[in-house]
Design a protein around this ligand. Structure first.
Ligand SMILES: [Zn+2]
Ligand SMILES: [Zn+2]
Ligand SMILES: [Zn+2]
Length: 143
């Protein structure tokens, strides 16, 4: 974890507590969206057992600061990703088993600016975007 990120967070009023540090590290390392249950399971494996509500509060806070993205998937479960700075990405979702993977994508700005301008003409305001690429994962393709 970079000192830079720590500074950025503190500027926004988020203290770099053990929970915040573990949360961000876990989300970055996973390379896929994680649900609250999945985050807690990963914490438990490290013998770290924060309160459910504290985790929820930090996720909510980091989402409000555009550092964490919350997405709803086909199984009806909300999952979270770290999206700050170089972590912009889209998702791949397997139609069959629900496998999820983050797809890093840095060149989508041009397209989204173009589309956002069109939408602005009819009065909509675009603040973010998310794409899901769907198909079959490598395991399901082989069956
Ligand atoms: Zn994501
Ligand atoms: Zn699959
Ligand atoms: Zn994008």
């Amino acid at each position: 974890m970079t000192k830079d990120l720590e500074k950025q967070l503190e500027k926004k009023g988020v203290y770099f507590t053990h929970l915040v540090k573990e949360l961000i590290t876990t989300l970055v390392k996973a390379k896929r969206p994680l649900s609250i249950e999945e985050i807690l399971a990963k914490f438990n494996r490290k013998k770290f057992n924060p309160h459910h509500s504290s985790l929820y509060r930090q996720l909510f806070r980091l989402s409000a600061l555009d550092m964490v993205e919350e997405s709803l998937f086909s199984d009806g479960i909300k999952r979270y990703c770290f999206i700050y700075e170089r972590n912009h990405h889209h998702h791949f979702e397997c139609n069959k088993c629900g496998y999820l993977e983050n797809v890093p994508m840095k060149k989508c700005e041009d397209i989204t600016i173009k589309v956002s301008k069109k939408l602005k003409k009819v009065g909509h305001t675009i603040t973010s975007h998310s794409f899901t690429l769907k198909g079959l994962c490598s395991k399901c393709t082989c069956i």
